[in-house]
Ligand binder design. Structure first.
Ligand SMILES: *[C@@H]1O[C@H](CO)[C@@H](O)[C@H](O)[C@H]1NC(C)=O
Ligand SMILES: *[C@@H]1O[C@H](CO)[C@@H](O)[C@H](O)[C@H]1NC(C)=O
Ligand SMILES: *[C@@H]1O[C@H](CO)[C@@H](O)[C@H](O)[C@H]1NC(C)=O
Ligand SMILES: *[C@@H]1O[C@H](CO)[C@@H](O)[C@H](O)[C@H]1NC(C)=O
Ligand SMILES: *[C@@H]1O[C@H](CO)[C@@H](O)[C@H](O)[C@H]1NC(C)=O
Ligand SMILES: *[C@@H]1O[C@H](CO)[C@@H](O)[C@H](O)[C@H]1NC(C)=O
Ligand SMILES: *[C@@H]1O[C@H](CO)[C@@H](O)[C@H](O)[C@H]1NC(C)=O
Length: 544
């Protein structure tokens, strides 16, 4: 462990993890880590809100979103061919909804719930994979299912072959085997999937009698009596012959697919799952992990994304009207381990310490203010601290450190992002207020003037805007992205103390229906700077 000394204080430097595992900010997985870690609370991304509580299905009778999400992932994945390396969890399901085997509202619903999280940094397939983990945790699953990122969205339909209720056992076994799953895996996957949800009369009027015309008011018979819990009741009830599972006790034997699958190894696997709830829980976490990591061979998944311990967010770094540099943001501190680890939000001070352009450390540390908490999956918690400061623009900024102090013990820890500090640059300053999207559309287009202050010594480098434009695909719920490049123009206007920056603008227009998007600002050249994944924002309402 290294020790860094500062005038008058000795700080312990945060213990370094093995280099390969260490989180270094910024990371291209920051957005996915946010979606995963910030399920609710302050700055919550709210993925889990649609499955909280576990039985939630909006106000639609019988619907259970958590069950639908898991089912969508299964239908997408099971057409994988492990020998050929094709198919798997790739979002092709949304191109396959005209097939009888995918004949349910579940799949479209599923995407609609997380469409707002879909971006170039969060593929629909990654979100579908994450939805399984969100459902698992939200319904009481306790064994952590790791989330690996990197799934690539399919551009069209994949092969058919999702088993249906009347598919003969041999064909079902064959399909699972082709996808890389044994008979035991198959039984576990079906049992784990059917601990939630049920059969809808709208999809299967032949199995569950009831309203089949009105798709929002159909009759649903659940697979087990505890559809709000991730438990082994589906297996226990099957073996004790008192199950209501319509795919076991249905009138038409040909369609009793759960019965055929569960009994296919003389009840060996289902008995094991019924025998011990903890065993069931652990098996489900394993088989769900395999399910979401079943991807085409061209896809390389990341290491599991762990909740980041200390994570900064820059909300602003720009030149204000007085020529000062405004630097503000948030620090997110993982508090899951609580007081024992010196991470009680109410007993913690967080400070930001920046270095000026020439890397010298500035004098004052800035106290960040505690503003609230967020909650993740499997009991993760985070506390948020916000900071803001005005800096001498001539001196500039190059990086910062984060320091935490446990008030009650005085223990101080310095976080230096693996040694080099958290990097920031004053070469490119995104002038957020000048870059907002007009509220009024002209001919269906809203104007945006992306505005950047470029430090004079860098002003000769070409600068471009890379804007992600999405378009709805005909008849489909998923959207397609195209990246458009717009060149910035030097306006000749200067800003900042000593007129040290030149203002560049990239005028563009955004379609009214799809103005909410993301963009990068990229300076060319080997050592060019960039600001990535900025979000478009509407201009403030003007009082009239
Ligand atoms: C998440 O929910 C909270 C509370 O309802 C809301 O304030 C916030 O805007 C939501 N966040 C997103 C990203 O939708
Ligand atoms: C839904 O169906 C049930 C019976 O099947 C009926 O009693 C109820 O009125 C229906 N509700 C709506 C909103 O149509
Ligand atoms: C499997 O269990 C079911 C439910 O208890 C039972 O009806 C069936 O006979 C069993 N099958 C075998 C092969 O043991
Ligand atoms: C039972 O299901 C099979 C397969 O879908 C079908 O061919 C058969 O007609 C059904 N039997 C009855 C009595 O409805
Ligand atoms: C900042 O926090 C420290 C404790 O960590 C405290 O001693 C100091 O007075 C605070 N400074 C200001 C300006 O509030
Ligand atoms: C900003 O820093 C420069 C360089 O150190 C100095 O000359 C100038 O006086 C400072 N400006 C203010 C407003 O403090
Ligand atoms: C709007 O579009 C129409 C038809 O394409 C065109 O004649 C008109 O000049 C446009 N208006 C503006 C303000 O661009």
């Amino acid at each position: 462990m290294r020790l860094a000394s500062f005038p008058g204080v000795l700080l312990a430097v945060a213990p370094s993890l093995a280099a390969a595992d260490e989180y270094i900010w910024p990371s291209r997985y920051d957005e996915l880590e946010d979606i995963l870690s910030l399920q609710s609370g302050y700055q919550g991304r709210n993925f889990s809100s649609a499955i909280t509580p576990c039985t939630q299905g909006g106000n639609v009778r019988g619907r259970q979103n958590a069950a639908e999400w898991i089912r969508s992932a299964f239908h997408d994945m099971i057409t994988h061919d492990s020998a050929l390396g094709t198919g798997g969890l790739d979002g092709s399901i949304w191109f396959e909804l005209d097939r009888a085997e995918n004949g349910a509202l579940a799949f479209e619903n599923t995407f609609n719930f997380f469409a707002y999280l879909h971006s170039l940094r969060a593929s629909a397939a990654d979100l579908l994979a994450m939805s399984v983990i969100v459902s698992h945790s939200g319904c009481g699953g306790t064994t952590r299912i790791p989330f690996r990122a990197g799934r690539v969205d399919a551009k069209g339909a994949g092969p058919a072959g999702v088993p249906e209720t009347d598919t003969p056992l041999g064909t079902v076994l064959g399909r699972f085997a082709t996808a890389g799953y044994s008979q035991e895996d198959m039984i576990a996957l079906v049992a784990c999937g059917h601990t939630l949800g049920g059969v809808h009369s709208h999809n299967h009027p032949d199995i569950v009698p009831g309203e089949s015309g009105d798709r929002y008011n159909d009759t649903v018979v659940k697979f087990d009596t505890t559809d709000g819990e991730f438990d082994n009741a589906v297996a226990v009830e099957y073996l004790s012959d008192n199950t209501q599972n319509p795919l076991v006790v249905g009138k038409n034997e040909t369609k009793n697919s759960d019965k055929r699958i569960f009994s296919s190894d003389n009840n060996a696997t289902i008995s094991r799952l019924a025998g011990d709830n903890a065993e069931f829980e652990k098996t489900c976490a394993e088989v769900f992990e395999r399910m979401i990591d079943t991807v085409p061979s061209t896809v390389e998944l990341s290491q599991p994304i762990e909740p980041t311990d200390i994570k900064p967010y820059i909300t602003d770094l720009y030149l204000n009207d007085n020529g000062k540099l405004v630097f503000s943001g948030r620090i997110r501190v993982r508090t899951t381990e609580g007081a024992a680890a010196g991470r009680l939000a109410s007993d913690l001070d967080v400070q930001v310490h920046h270095a000026v352009r020439n890397k010298r450390w500035s004098c004052p540390r800035i106290n960040a203010t505690y503003v609230g908490d967020a909650r993740g999956l499997y009991g993760e918690t985070f506390a948020w601290y916000e900071f803001g400061m005005e800096l001498n623009a001539t001196k500039g900024i190059s990086k910062f450190h984060i320091e935490t102090t446990v008030r009650s013990t005085g223990e101080r820890i310095l976080y230096d992002n693996g040694g080099d500090g958290y990097p920031v640059t004053d070469e490119l300053l995104y002038q957020r207020a000048d870059s907002c999207v007009a509220r009024q559309a002209v001919n269906g287009t809203r104007a945006m003037d992306a505005t950047v202050a470029v430090r004079k010594d860098r002003a000769s480098l070409p600068l471009r805007l890379e804007l992600a434009r999405y378009t709805k695909m005909t008849g489909l719920v998923v959207r397609e992205w195209e990246v458009e490049t717009v060149a910035f123009e030097n306006t000749g206007e200067t800003r900042g103390e000593d007129d040290g920056w030149v203002i560049f603008k990239a005028p563009t227009g955004l379609k009214t229906a799809s103005w909410l998007t993301w963009f990068d600002i990229i300076q060319e050249g080997d050592d060019g700077s960039r600001i990535e994944f900025l979000k478009t924002e509407a201009c403030p309402r003007t009082s009239s």
